[in-house]
Design a protein around this ligand. Structure first.
Ligand code: IPE
Ligand code: IPE
Ligand code: MG
Length: 253
C-alpha cells in the first residue's frame, strides 16, 4: 500500500503518538480457526510485524514497541517456545538489511540473557549495525515482564543505596524510570492490544500510567495497515487530560 493513501492524508501528522506499543495477541486463535497448528499463526504474525514497522516509518512515528514474548510465555509447550525462538531469529536476520536501509534502530527490552545464545548473537549483531539509525526505534519486548523489570530495578537501586552511591531521598519517579529497560525512551502514548482481551498481561505497567489504550478484536495475523491508521485517528480524537482539567471541560474558561 502506498504511503499517500487516503487514510494517511486525513491523519493529523502533528498529533501522531510518538511512541506506540502493541500487544500482538491472537496468533494461536487465528491458526485454530483455520485448523492449523499454533506455530502457523506465529509465522503469519511475524509477516504482519513487517507491515506495521513499515507503516510506522512512513508515518513518522518515533518509537514502536512490540510485545513479542513475555516472561510467562516460557511456560508454553516446548515445541511452541522453540518455534517462536526460531521465528524470532529468522525475523532478526531477514529484516537486518531493510532496517539498515530504512534508518531503523533495533533495541530490546526484557531478559535478553534468557534467550538462546544464537538468537542473542543475531540480536547483538543487528543492534550494533543499526545503532546510529534514527528514523524509527523498533523496540522488541522479549522475555519481557513488567514485574520482573520493576523487581530488577528495585534491586539495582537497593544495591546503590547499600554501597552509598545513592541516598533514600534520591529515589524519585525519574530515578525509577531510569532503572527500567525503557530508560532511554518516552512512555508509550498509545498501547494497542489485538485479539480482544481487556488486559495488559504484565506489559509496561509502570510506563502505561497515562497511555491511551485501544483493544481490537482483530487477531494479530489479520491486522492491517488500514486498521492501524483507523486506530491512530481514534487516538487523535481523544482528550488526554493527565488528571488535569482541559478548557473544554472547565467551568471557569
Ligand atoms: C500472541 O499470540 C503471541 C505470543 C504470545 C507469543 P498467542 O499465541 O497468545 O495467541 P492466542 O492468544 O493463543 O490466540
Ligand atoms: C501477551 O499475550 C504476550 C504477548 C503478546 C507476547 P498472552 O497471550 O501471553 O497473554 P494472556 O495469557 O492472554 O494474558
Ligand atoms: Mg494470547
Amino acid at each position: 500500500m502506498k504511503s499517500n493513501s487516503r487514510q494517511d492524508v486525513i491523519l493529523n501528522s502533528a498529533a501522531l503518538p510518538s511512541h506506540v506499543a502493541i500487544i500482538m495477541d491472537g496468533n494461536g486463535r487465528w491458526a485454530k480457526k483455520k485448523m492449523m497448528n499454533r506455530v502457523k499463526g506465529h509465522e503469519q504474525g511475524s509477516q504482519i510485524v513487517r507491515s506495521v514497522v513499515t507503516a510506522c516509518r512512513e508515518l513518522g512515528i518515533d518509537t514502536l514497541t512490540l510485545y513479542a514474548f513475555s516472561t510467562e510465555n516460557w511456560e508454553r509447550p516446548k515445541y511452541e517456545v522453540t518455534a517462536l525462538m526460531m521465528l524470532l531469529k529468522k525475523f532478526i536476520v531477514s529484516e537486518r538489511e531493510d532496517l539498515l536501509k530504512n534508518n531503523i534502530r533495533l533495541s530490546i527490552i526484557g531478559q535478553k540473557h534468557k534467550l538462546p545464545l544464537d538468537v542473542q548473537k543475531e540480536i547483538d549483531a543487528t543492534m550494533a549495525l543499526t545503532k546510529d539509525n534514527n528514523k524509527l526505534l523498533l523496540n522488541l519486548a522479549l522475555s519481557y515482564g513488567s514485574r520482573e523489570e520493576i523487581t530488577t530495578a528495585v534491586k539495582q537501586i537497593a544495591q546503590k543505596i547499600e554501597s552509598k552511591d545513592l541516598n533514600l531521598n534520591d529515589i524519585t519517579q525519574d530515578l525509577i524510570s531510569e532503572h527500567l529497560y525503557t530508560k532511554a525512551m518516552p512512555d508509550p502514548d498509545l498501547i494497542i492490544r489485538t485479539g480482544g482481551e481487556y488486559r495488559l498481561s504484565n506489559f509496561l505497567l509502570w510506563q502505561a500510567a497515562y497511555s491511551e489504550i485501544y483493544i481490537s478484536d482483530t487477531l494479530w495475523p489479520d491486522f492491517t495497515k488500514d486498521e492501524f491508521i483507523k486506530i491512530l485517528k481514534n487516538f487523535q480524537e481523544r482528550d488526554r487530560r493527565f488528571g488535569k482539567v482541559t478548557c473544554s471541560t472547565s467551568n471557569d474558561g
